[in-house]
Design a protein around this ligand. Structure first.
Ligand code: PLP
Length: 384
């Protein structure tokens, strides 16, 4: 197979071989239903329970029972918002940011359309929210505040522990964070925080697609999302997707040591520095303080170019990147996240997200650096 350089790890990651091996028996011999009383049920029940422990460890939950398996990050996010609104039906106000993933943004927009109230917190040019704005937005009607831990497009990290503290000191709202693109990249310790709900998704850290989890702090007011059998303590009905759950658990176990991201950070920094230095009119989107961003993400605008054209040229030579969010790749409007950051159109149109991962090498970076300046120069020359 021709060389393929995969710099799109915020869209999805390659399944780790170790994870695949752990999943395999649950697609063959270990086919039992985790609710069954016989031996086929017992062995898979044990595997589901181990996986729950690994996910709990990944996010620093006090107990495995605080983890509820779902079908994906989107379900976890939808459940958090709708489950809390349902449990606190007398409270109709949500607070969230303008730069959340669609899995939160669209649920909140629907709430607004159906007569509910939403406060959309603005972000500054670095993609960061202001906690004073958050404090001012809270009222006695606020059912839930949802603020992501890391933005999937820019990698900007939000101070969610501090935000949760502000929310708890000034309201009775539930605090949710979407950690789908943060888990496995930065350390999370829920024991030290007042976060009530947290979403993760397996395919973002080398686990399988189609499985996620929601952390629920005991005592949080939340109704079930899927109603049926008594699985997941009656909060999320549906026969457990054991092979997926076991895969998520193994991926969580492997991702717990985030020091593996130190190497990723080094190669990302080299890529980012070299692009900004060697390519004229290239601008970083998101905080220039790298401590405020994920260790693997660089979102860079090449002014007066078209991001789609850069993506296509890189694709021709076997390099996979993304323009903004993967979910946006069919749309020609600029990313809502960059719009919220007031990135001018001439830059937003030419933005590329490089999101590295644990299987990338220095050679991958060398290859991209060898080709990218000429690609950008060539596209600009064609447009002149
Ligand atoms: N939240 C964030 C921040 C994401 O990046 C994504 C996926 O891109 C999701 C939620 C949705 O996760 P899933 O693809 O597992 O539904």
């Amino acid at each position: 197979m021709a060389r393929l350089i995969y710099f799109d790890n915020n869209a999805t990651t390659q399944l780790a071989l170790e994870v695949f091996e752990v999943m395999r028996p649950f697609l063959t011999d270990e086919f039992g239903n985790a609710s069954s009383a016989h031996q086929r049920g017992r062995s898979v029940r044990k595997a589901v329970s181990n996986a729950r422990g690994h996910v709990a460890d990944l996010v620093g939950a006090a107990k495995p029972d605080e983890i509820f398996f779902t079908s994906c990050g989107t379900e976890s996010d939808n459940w958090a918002i709708r489950g809390v609104l349902s449990a606190r039906s007398e409270m109709r106000h949500i607070v969230t940011t303008r730069v959340e993933h669609e899995a939160i943004r669209n649920v909140c927009a629907n709430h607004e359309k159906s007569g509910g109230e939403v406060t959309w917190l603005e972000v500054d040019e670095n993609g960061m929210t202001d906690l004073d704005d958050l404090k001012r937005s809270l009222c006695k009607d606020t059912a839930i505040v949802s603020m992501m831990l890391a933005n999937n497009e820019t990698g900007v990290l939000f101070p969610v522990e501090e935000a949760a503290r502000v929310v708890k000191e000034n309201s009775s709202a539930v605090f949710h964070t979407d950690a789908v693109n943060a888990a496995g990249k930065v350390a999370i310790d829920l024991k030290k925080s007042q976060i009530d709900l947290l979403s993760v998704s397996g395919h973002k850290f080398h686990g399988p697609k189609g499985v996620g989890a929601l952390y629920v702090r005991p005592g949080t007011a939340i109704d079930s999302f899927l109603i049926g059998g008594g699985q997941e303590h009656g909060l999320r009905a549906g026969t457990e997707a054991v092979h997926q759950i076991v895969g998520l658990g193994e991926a969580a176990r492997l991702a717990q040591d985030v020091s593996a991201m130190d190497r990723v950070r080094k190669i990302r920094d080299r890529l980012e520095d070299a692009i900004l230095k060697t390519i004229p009119n290239a601008y970083l989107n998101g905080s220039s303080d790298r401590n405020d961003r994920l260790p693997n993400t660089s979102n860079i605008s090449f002014e007066n170019t078209n991001g789609e054209a850069i993506l296509a040229r890189l694709d021709e030579i076997g390099v996979c990147v993304s323009t903004g969010s993967a979910c946006n790749s069919d749309s020609h409007s600029t990313s809502a996240v960059l719009q919220a950051m007031n990135v001018p159109y001439s830059r937003a149109m030419g933005s590329i997200r490089f999101s590295l991962g644990r299987y990338n090498t220095d050679e991958d970076v060398d290859f991209v650096l060898a080709w990218l300046p000429a690609i950008v120069e060539n596209l600009r020359a064609m447009a002149r």
